[in-house]
Design a binder for this molecule. Structure first.
Ligand code: ATP
Ligand code: MG
Length: 140
């Protein structure tokens, strides 16, 4: 299994509800390293560009409203099989379907406001890391 880098976002609900430390602990306890981290408020343009693959979906406007509603924490996670392991630690998109102990099961209120984002495959990780952290993280 290769060492990978992946993008994690603690979404506005996770920051607003005071879960930054707990989410970071879940990653670190699982052996994923925080290779870079910054807190920002996304612009509308950044949110729309980031979720461009969903631009034709009915929830796109609501998703971008939510993602720009307050600060988010952007993180580069690094470790063996980091992309899949981050997704496993996050749990299902819908917290009602997420396994116990996962970030979304622990903290998320709904499918729309679901606390965490994680890149879903190597190509997404490369694009998303470059999008928020620049060329240094394009190769994962
Ligand atoms: P993310 O990309 O944020 O890590 P994901 O990969 O689990 O989540 P996607 O299918 O990529 O899920 O959807 C992106 C985001 O859009 C979801 O995390 C969720 O916040 C929102 N979303 C997806 N489906 C719905 C829906 N049916 N209703 C409302 N919001 C949705
Ligand atoms: Mg996704």
């Amino acid at each position: 299994m290769a060492t990978e880098r992946t993008l994690s976002i603690i979404k506005p609900d996770g920051v607003k509800n005071g879960h930054i430390g707990h989410v970071v602990s879940i990653f670190e306890d699982a052996g994923l390293k925080i290779a870079a981290m910054k807190m920002v408020v996304l612009t509308r343009k950044q949110a729309e560009g980031f979720y461009a693959e969903h631009s034709e979906r009915g929830f796109f406007g609501e998703l971008c409203d939510f993602m720009t509603s307050g600060p988010v924490v952007l993180m580069v996670l690094e470790g063996e099989d980091a992309i899949k392991r981050n997704r496993d630690l996050m749990g299902d998109t819908d917290p009602a379907e997420a396994a116990s102990g996962t970030i979304r099961k622990l903290f998320a209120a709904s499918k729309g406001e679901n606390t965490a984002h994680g890149s879903d495959k190597p190509e997404s990780a490369a694009r998303e890391l470059a999008y928020f952290f620049g060329a240094a993280f394009e190769i994962c």
